[in-house]
Design a protein around this ligand. Sequence first.
Ligand SMILES: Cc1cc2nc3c(=O)[nH]c(=O)nc-3n(C[C@H](O)[C@H](O)[C@H](O)COP(=O)(O)OP(=O)(O)OC[C@H]3O[C@@H](n4cnc5c(N)ncnc54)[C@H](O)[C@@H]3O)c2cc1C
Length: 348
Amino acid sequence: MSERFDVVIAGAGPAGAQCARDLAQRGYEVVLLELESEDEFPRQSNKSTAGTFPSMMASFGVPDDVVMNYTDDVVLESPSHHYVQNQPGAVLEFAEFKQWLVADAREKGAEVWFDARVSRPITEDGKPVGVRYNGDEEVYGDIIVDATGPAAPLAKDLGVSDLEREKQAIGVEYEMAGIDIDHPDYADLTDSMMLRLDHDLAPGGYSWIFHTGGDEAKVGLCYIQNDSHRRHGKEGMSIDDYLQYWLDTDPRFEDAERLEGKVHRGSAHIQTPGDLTTDSFMAIGDTVPTIDPLWGEGIHKGMQSGRVAATTADRCLTPEEPDTSRRRWRCTTSSGTARSPRGCASAC
Ligand SMILES: Cc1cc2nc3c(=O)[nH]c(=O)nc-3n(C[C@H](O)[C@H](O)[C@H](O)COP(=O)(O)OP(=O)(O)OC[C@H]3O[C@@H](n4cnc5c(N)ncnc54)[C@H](O)[C@@H]3O)c2cc1C
């Protein structure tokens, strides 16, 4: 017998795990399916620099334990200038943050199934009623949520998400020690998140140093492989080559070395979200995508979208006769507050 839940969520990233936390807290039966193994989680999906701000920490009750370093400033750097903005933030240990989200969702009553690769929706009369995972395994729900990030197997199959290859940003990052955090030729990066706009280092994108304490930092870069990248890029260089080029040429890295095993890489689409829903289905986080198009801040946005999805599901499942139709989603989300089904029908 296949199991049945109120809500089935694919993907235990910030968006999916937050959605599960909120739904479980409200007493719904929710299952979170994650493709990675629990003992290594997150290995492949440990991709984020995880710089964030107090508004995210406070809104979602993130504990100090998962913070590597609290920062005071955001520094913007160009090849010839820098600008310091006093803006408190936090650099998270992304793997521990994801583990905490999942543990908290479980504590609130959600089921979390690891080693569960979701492949496609199960539909009846064209409406999603469950998901297929690990080949031919099935799980059913009143509402299905795709939070698998750029993979988006459910949203793509249902025609909800249209992630364009041309808009895909790729990123790579090393955690490093021995960095000259306060070099005389540059801004003082002690307790700062620094973003550098420099086509020589990251054509069509930007690079960063996020201080994590002492002489250590997360150092990385990302870009979109678009016209700007092609115009400014160097023939035959991969993203790893660009990062190595920066490490070889910037005096702040003269005595720096990579911390073993601490390399993170991933991608996200930088494009305007299109559709988010169809009947009994919502797509959230990088699946949509919700990431900030300018600076790539995706954690807070993804968690907010997880919360909105949970609120919407709650509103649709609460009435004696639950209504999970697309028309219902629209009425719930467009105004922020839902109308009664009667009021909704007349308004529509
Ligand atoms: C290099 C880099 C640096 C970044 N730095 C920052 C930063 O400093 N600050 C910030 O706010 N944001 C940053 N981001 C963006 C941020 O990490 C993402 O926006 C955020 O992780 C999106 O969360 P999500 O839950 O939507 O998706 P994801 O984090 O992608 O999570 C998706 C989850 O779904 C799982 N999954 C995938 N496919 C399947 C499947 N078929 N079945 C089941 N499970 C599946 C994955 O294993 C993963 O656990 C960065 C991103 C990158 C790539």
